[in-house]
Design a protein around this ligand. Structure first.
Ligand code: ATP
Length: 722
C-alpha cells in the first residue's frame, strides 16, 4: 500500500453504496447496511479478509442500492447498459442492412469494402459509448477503513459498520456488479498529508490558498472557544486541532459541525484544496453566528438554554473528534433531532408516570440527546422512551357498574351457565360497593368450547372496560411474561406490558387464556413469573425486565381460563378462585344453537332466517350424530358448513323455499355398517365426552375374540366391542 512518499489505496475497491450519510476523509461515520449487495460486501470481503488491505472499501454516498437484487445498479452505474448498447446498435444496423435487398446485393458484391467501413462504424460507436461511460462513472467517493463491523438479526439481518475516511477517489470503471460492486478507482487526495502534523512537513501555503487556510483555522479556533465545555476539554480539542494538517481541516470540520448531507457532498466533490476551503468556510462561519445567537437568547431567558455539545472521540486513525452543535437558525436543514427529542421530552412530562419512572426517563432522555443517531443504542433508547410515554400510567376507563344491566347482558350473551353467571354477578356487586377491591382472580375451568373465553369478554362489556386476551398456551419462556432485560439484542417488554400498551388504559380486563398449558424450559418458568402478576398484594409494583421500573397492575382485572386444574402449578392455583364450567346437556346445546349459534352463523354468512331455517329436530340430530363434545364449538362449525352450502345455492339464484340442509346418514352408524372394523370408545371424565378411535385391522385379525374391559371410574372407562 505504501509506495514512495505517499500511501496508495488499492486501485480496485469494493464499493459500499449508501444513502445514509456522507463520509469525508478524516471523519468516522457509522453506516447501517442491509441491502443484498452491501451485505455481500461485508460478509465476503470485510469478514473474510485477513489483511489491512481487505478492510479498505470505497464509500459512494447518496446512492441507494436497490432492495431487489435483480434491479440494475442505480444511476451511477450505467456500465451494463453502455456495454450492451454498441452491440445492440450494431445488430440493429445489421438487421436494417440485411432487410434491404439492394444493400444485400451491394454487400455481396463489395464484401471487402463493406467489412472495412463496418469495422470503422463499430469502433466509432464503441469509442462514443466508452467515452460517455467514463463520464457517467466519474463520481467521487471516499476510500475508508472499516474499523468495526457489528452484525445483528433484529429487526432484520443487517450489519453496522464504523468506517473512517482516508481519501477521495474517482471511479474510472466498474469491474463487477455482483455479488458486490467492484470498481477500478483513481486516488484523488494524497494520503500522507493527513499523517503528518501541521507543524512538520507541509510547507506553508502562499497566496490565496494560504490566506484561506489561515482564515479557516482562525474560524475553527473561534468556534472551539465558543463551545460550552470545561477549560481542560477545550484545551484538549485545541491540541487536536493544532495536530491536524491544515489541508485536512475542511473535511474534518465539515463532518464535525452540523451540516446537511448536501453540504457535505459539496465538500466531497471539491477536489482542489482551494475549492474545499471555499465551500467549508461559509458553513463554519454560519455555525459561529448560530452559537452567537444562542448565547444572546440565553442571556434573555435561561430557559431557552439548549445543549451545546455532543462529543464523540474516535481513537482511530486521526484522533478524530466529532462535535455536534445544534443550530436553530432558519435554515433548510432543520434541527430534526433537536425537535424530536424536545417533543419526546414534552411527552415524558405529560405521560403522568410515577416519580421513579419519570426519573429514569429523564436520565435516558439526557443520554439520548448526547448520542449520535447512527449509534445502535440510539434506537434502543428511543424505543424504550417511546414505550414509556405510550404506557397508560394514569389513564383509565370509568366503570359503569349496574348489576341489573350486567345480569341482562350476561343472560343475553350466554344461555345456561347459571352457577358461573351467579358468581360473576356477586363479584361485580362487591366491586360496585367497594371500588378498590383487591382480587380474587377468577379462573374458569372446563372443557373446550363451553364459553369460558366469551364469558370473559362479556364481563369486560358489562363493566365497560377494555378487553385483552393473552394466550398462554405453549409459553415456556418467563421473559414472555416479564420481558427481556434491555441489554439483550432484540429485547422486548413482556405480554402484560404489551397488552397495556395496546389497550392504552390501566384498568382493562385481561383474560389469561389456557393457564394450564404453560410450559417450562431452560429460559425459566413463566408460571412463576405469573405469580407476581396475579397476586393482588404484589402486583401494584410489577416490574417488567424491559421497563425496569414498577408498573401498578392492581387496577387490571385478571380472569384466567383452563381446561383442567391438574397441570396448573399449585402456587398459581392457590391465587385463583376456580369456577368449574361443566359441559352442556343435549337440551342446553339445542337452546344455545337456536339462541346464539345459528343467528351468529346466518349473520356471518350473509343469510336471513327466511333463507335458511333449521328446525329443532335437525339440530338435535346434528348434535347426537355429528358432534361428540362437551362444548358447542364443533356444533357451530357444522352450522357454518350448512350456511356455506345454502349460501352457494342462494348466490346461484335458487329460490330457497324450505330447509335444504339434508344430512347424510349418521356417521357413527355408517362406520358400523360399511366397515368391518372395531371402535374403541374412551370416556374422558374430565371432558365429559366419548372419544372414538380405531385400532388397525391387522392387529385385530390376530385377536381371535374381543372382550369388554371396564376399568374402575373415574380414571377411564374403555371397552373393546367385537
Ligand atoms: N352458553 C353459551 N351461550 C352462548 N354461546 C356459547 C355458550 N357457550 C359457548 N358458546 C359459544 O361457543 C363458542 C366457543 O366458546 P369459547 O371460545 O368461549 O370457548 P372456551 O371455553 O373458551 O374454549 P377453549 O377452552 O377451547 O378456549 C363461542 O362462539 C361462544 O360464543
Amino acid at each position: 500500500m505504501d509506495s514512495g512518499g505517499g500511501i496508495q489505496i488499492p486501485s480496485r475497491l469494493p464499493l459500499l453504496l449508501t444513502h445514509e450519510g456522507v463520509l469525508l476523509p478524516g471523519s468516522t461515520v457509522r453506516f447501517s447496511v442491509d441491502s443484498p449487495r452491501n451485505m455481500h460486501l461485508v460478509s465476503q470481503r470485510l469478514l473474510k479478509g485477513t489483511s489491512l488491505k481487505s478492510t479498505i472499501i470505497g464509500v459512494i454516498p447518496n446512492t441507494r442500492d436497490p432492495e431487489n437484487d435483480t434491479d440494475d445498479l442505480p444511476t451511477l452505474h450505467k456500465y451494463k447498459l453502455y456495454n450492451v448498447l454498441p452491440y445492440c446498435t450494431l445488430s440493429c444496423t445489421l438487421a436494417v442492412i440485411f432487410k434491404d435487398a439492394q444493400l444485400l446485393k451491394y454487400w455481396s458484391c463489395h464484401t471487402q469494402r463493406f467489412t472495412v467501413s463496418f469495422s470503422v462504424i463499430y469502433y466509432l460507436l464503441c469509442l462514443t459509448f466508452s467515452l460517455s461511460l467514463s463520464r457517467s462513472l466519474c463520481r467521487i467517493g471516499t476510500a475508508g477503513i472499516a474499523v468495526q463491523v457489528v452484525g445483528s438479526n433484529w429487526p432484520k439481518p443487517h450489519y453496522t459498520l464504523l468506517i473512517t475516511g482516508l481519501c477521495r477517489f474517482s471511479v474510472s470503471g466498474l469491474l463487477k456488479e455482483r455479488p458486490f460492486v467492484l470498481a477500478e478507482v483513481q486516488q484523488l487526495d494524497k494520503l500522507e498529508q493527513y499523517t503528518t502534523p501541521a507543524t512538520e512537513g507541509v510547507p506553508a501555503e502562499e497566496g490565496e490558498l494560504g490566506e484561506l487556510s489561515h482564515k479557516f483555522y482562525q474560524a475553527a479556533v473561534q468556534l472551539l472557544g465558543m463551545l460550552d465545555m470545561s477549560v481542560p476539554v477545550v484545551a484538549k480539542f485545541r491540541r487536536l486541532l493544532d495536530s491536524l494538517p491544515r489541508e485536512a481541516l475542511p473535511d474534518v470540520l465539515a463532518s464535525m459541525i452540523r451540516t446537511s448531507n448536501k453540504e457535505k457532498l459539496q465538500v466531497l466533490d471539491a477536489v482542489t484544496l482551494e475549492e474545499r476551503f471555499k465551500k467549508a468556510l461559509p458553513m463554519l462561519t454560519r455555525q459561529i453566528e448560530g452559537l452567537k445567537l444562542i448565547k444572546k437568547t440565553r442571556k434573555i431567558g435561561p430557559d431557552n438554554e439548549k445543549r451545546v455539545t455532543n462529543i464523540c472521540i474516535s481513537p482511530f486513525p486521526f484522533n478524530n473528534v466529532c462535535i455536534d452543535i445544534p443550530f436553530n437558525l432558519d435554515e433548510e436543514d432543520e434541527d430534526e433531532d433537536g425537535d424530536d427529542t424536545a417533543a419526546l421530552e414534552r411527552k415524558v412530562h405529560g405521560a403522568k408516570m410515577s416519580e421513579a419512572a419519570l426519573r429514569v426517563c429523564l436520565k435516558e432522555l439526557k443520554r439520548l440527546k448526547k448520542m449520535p443517531q447512527s449509534m445502535p443504542e440510539y434506537a434502543l433508547t428511543r424505543n424504550y422512551l417511546d414505550l414509556m410515554v405510550e404506557l397508560p400510567w394514569s389513564k383509565s376507563t370509568k366503570d359503569c357498574l349496574d348489576i341489573r344491566a350486567a345480569r341482562t347482558l350476561l343472560d343475553n350473551d350466554h344461555y345456561a351457565m347459571d352457577k358461573l353467571k351467579r358468581r360473576v354477578l356477586e363479584y361485580l356487586a362487591v366491586r360496585q360497593l367497594k371500588t378498590s377491591l383487591k382480587g380474587p382472580i377468577l379462573c374458569f375451568v372446563g372443557p373446550p368450547g363451553v364459553g369460558k373465553t366469551s364469558v370473559g369478554r362479556s364481563i369486560a362489556r358489562t363493566l365497560g372496560r377494555e378487553f385483552h386476551r393473552i394466550a398462554l398456551g405453549g409459553v415456556c419462556d418467563q421473559s414472555d411474561i416479564r420481558g427481556h432485560r434491555r441489554t439483550y439484542v432484540g429485547s422486548m417488554p413482556g405480554r402484560i406490558i404489551n397488552g397495556l400498551k395496546t389497550v392504552a388504559v390501566n384498568n382493562p380486563v385481561f383474560l389469561l387464556d389456557e393457564v394450564d398449558k404453560l410450559g417450562k424450559s431452560l429460559q425459566g418458568d413463566p408460571a412463576a413469573a405469573l405469580l407476581e402478576v396475579l397476586d393482588p398484594e404484589q402486583n401494584h409494583s410489577f416490574t417488567d425486565h424491559y421497563l425496569n421500573v414498577a408498573f401498578d397492575l392492581s387496577q387490571v382485572l385478571f380472569i384466567a381460563t383452563a381446561n383442567t386444574t391438574a397441570t396448573i402449578p399449585p402456587a398459581l392455583l392457590d391465587r385463583m378462585e376456580v369456577l368449574q364450567v361443566p359441559g352442556y346437556t343435549q337440551e342446553e346445546k339445542v337452546e344455545i344453537a337456536h339462541r346464539h349459534l345459528i343467528p351468529n352463523q346466518l349473520e356471518q354468512h350473509g343469510l336471513t332466517p327466511q333463507q335458511l331455517h333449521i328446525p329443532q329436530d335437525t339440530t338435535q340430530h346434528i348434535i347426537s350424530s355429528y358432534t361428540r363434545e362437551a362444548g358447542v364449538r364443533s356444533l357451530e362449525r357444522k352450522f357454518g358448513a350448512i350456511c356455506r352450502a345454502v349460501a352457494v345455492k342462494v348466490a346461484e339464484g335458487h329460490r330457497v323455499t324450505k330447509t335444504e340442509a339434508s344430512s347424510p346418514e349418521d356417521p357413527t352408524q355408517q362406520e358400523g355398517k360399511s366397515r368391518s372394523s372395531v371402535s374403541v370408545g374412551t370416556l374422558d371424565w374430565r371432558k365429559g365426552e366419548v372419544q372414538m378411535c380405531e385400532p388397525p385391522i391387522r392387529e385385530l385379525r390376530s385377536v381371535p375374540q374381543c372382550t369388554l374391559t371396564v376399568l374402575p371410574l373415574p380414571a377411564t372407562c374403555s371397552g373393546n366391542v367385537g
